[in-house]
Design a protein around this ligand. Structure first.
Ligand code: ATP
Ligand code: MG
Length: 230
């Protein structure tokens, strides 16, 4: 049975340690992969499940279609037996917030499994704006990866401010900072380079660069579109 994109053999593993790497992946790049790999190794995870976000209902910037972003993610992770990709968010009709996705995953993993939600420093610093951040931290341990240009010194203050709204958990204890090799790569930068006709070689896996080139995505701007990221 297809279950959440979990690799066969892990679906019933007691004590499964499952990493989840969420993002738009528009497109996936080397820093996503390095971050996932570091999290896998440092936290002894059994698998990292990449979770491309669905298409937003109101597009502030035109994103590449979810199916295309999903395929790029599959291509990028194909050679790593510990990486897999989930269609869960892209196949939902309504936007899936992280808390919804984690509730779903918590319901399909074997009893005793632990969920680890992997983010870069920018994403974790936004945590107070997320839907139900306390529940998110109850459902998963956060792995907050360092990212060039983002300073994690604000993090402990943010987590402390959540403390008054929690009962069972200590937010600070649910977020682990992970030093990853600094790569100043972003999807926005990849899109800008493609628009400008510059090479993206070695910034994304070779197979991803080829797939993008073949598809023609990102080669021209959509009317009113900006290359800005989230
Ligand atoms: P965009 O520029 O479009 O926002 P992005 O490069 O930030 O793209 P996302 O899909 O938004 O990519 O990010 C998915 C996850 O990967 C987020 O948690 C983000 O913080 C993390 N991430 C992205 N790039 C890096 C990087 N260079 N170093 C560490 N983490 C990163
Ligand atoms: Mg981003």
């Amino acid at each position: 049975m297809y279950r959440a994109g979990l690799i066969a053999g892990l679906r019933d593993l007691p004590g499964l340690r499952l990493g989840i790497m969420g993002g738009a992946f528009d497109p996936i790049h080397m820093a996503h992969l390095v971050t996932a790999q570091e999290a896998l190794a440092e936290f002894s995870l059994d698998q990292v499940l990449f979770m491309p976000a669905g298409d937003p209902p109101h597009k502030s910037r035109r994103m590449a279609p979810a199916e295309f972003r999903y395929l790029l993610t599959e291509v990028a992770t194909a050679s790593n037996p510990k990486f897999s990709v989930s269609r869960y968010e892209i196949s939902r009709e309504r936007i899936s917030y992280t808390v919804d996705t984690l509730e779903y995953l918590a319901g399909v993993v074997p009893a005793g499994a632990e969920l680890f939600f992997i983010t870069g420093a920018d994403a974790v610093l936004d945590i107070l704006t997320w839907k139900d951040p306390v529940r998110v931290l109850e459902l998963s341990t956060f792995i907050a990866a360092t990212r060039p240009g983002y300073d994690l010194s604000r993090l402990s203050g943010l987590l402390e401010s959540l403390r008054s709204t929690t009962v069972g958990i200590v937010p600070e204890a649910r977020v682990k900072v992970l030093e990853v090799p600094a790569l100043a790569i972003s999807s926005s930068m990849i899109r800008e380079r493609l628009l400008a006709g510059k090479t993206i070689r070695y910034l994304v896996p070779e197979s991803v660069a080829q797939f993008i080139e073949k598809s023609g995505h990102y080669a021209s701007a959509w009317p009113g579109a900006t290359a800005g990221g989230s």
